[in-house]
Design a protein around this ligand. Sequence first.
Ligand code: ATP
Ligand code: MG
Length: 226
Amino acid sequence: MEGGIDTGKDDSLGVRRRGLARHLVAVQEEQRLRLSRELHDDLGQMLASVALELHMVRAGSPEMDARLERAAMLVDRLNAKVHDAAWSLRPADLDRLGLRASVEDLASVLCGQLGIPCEMDLEALSSPPPAEIALTLYRIAQEALTNIGKHAAPSRVSVTAHIHDDRMRLTIEDDGRGFDGGAEPGPGHLGLAGMRERLALVGGKLSVETARGKGTTIYADVPLAG
Ligand SMILES: Nc1ncnc2c1ncn2[C@@H]1O[C@H](COP(=O)(O)OP(=O)(O)OP(=O)(O)O)[C@@H](O)[C@H]1O
Ligand SMILES: [Mg+2]
């Protein structure tokens, strides 16, 4: 019976769950680091050489030249995508910068690129939560901000964090396009599902408030105590 578990057992369950979460988050980060290196170092360099070759080759006939040029442009675009993917997979520099500065960095880079104001209130991230929670929140902020850059076309963004009753809430809000939150995102769209899974690993929860034309707010809630 769930309710019949005594406190001692409950504590050790909590400790084991945290240990497992820490381990899983560390494994994920390791995989991301490996993928990021492979994408950047191997794939990126090979694509760059193919692009160079294609840009140099001249077939002689105008039709073939046009085809070669299209192929070269496609490889350039592929290269840019590989570069973006490697960039977003790269390991968080949380040890050096800390969670607050790292999240501030992500938000300022995005808002700088979009040329829009960014409101931040991230004082709550100044005393860092346990490592697995910090990494989880960093990855949530990264995906939510990437989504804003890709899909929202907002005129402002806000990123805030608050602590209430041993729970941390990270909120990322935009006033952009919004979307149909009830619809299943479909196969190629892994970001929101990934955020949910990451949060579940540390006992947290993702909520999304959105509607077409009404902007999007992402809430990531995590318990700070085991
Ligand atoms: N801030 C946002 N503003 C508008 N639309 C959004 C926003 N965030 C998500 N969406 C919509 O929700 C869909 C699912 O998002 P999700 O992050 O799961 O996938 P994706 O960004 O399309 O692809 P992936 O994250 O796998 O590269 C997006 O395709 C987009 O239509
Ligand atoms: Mg996404």
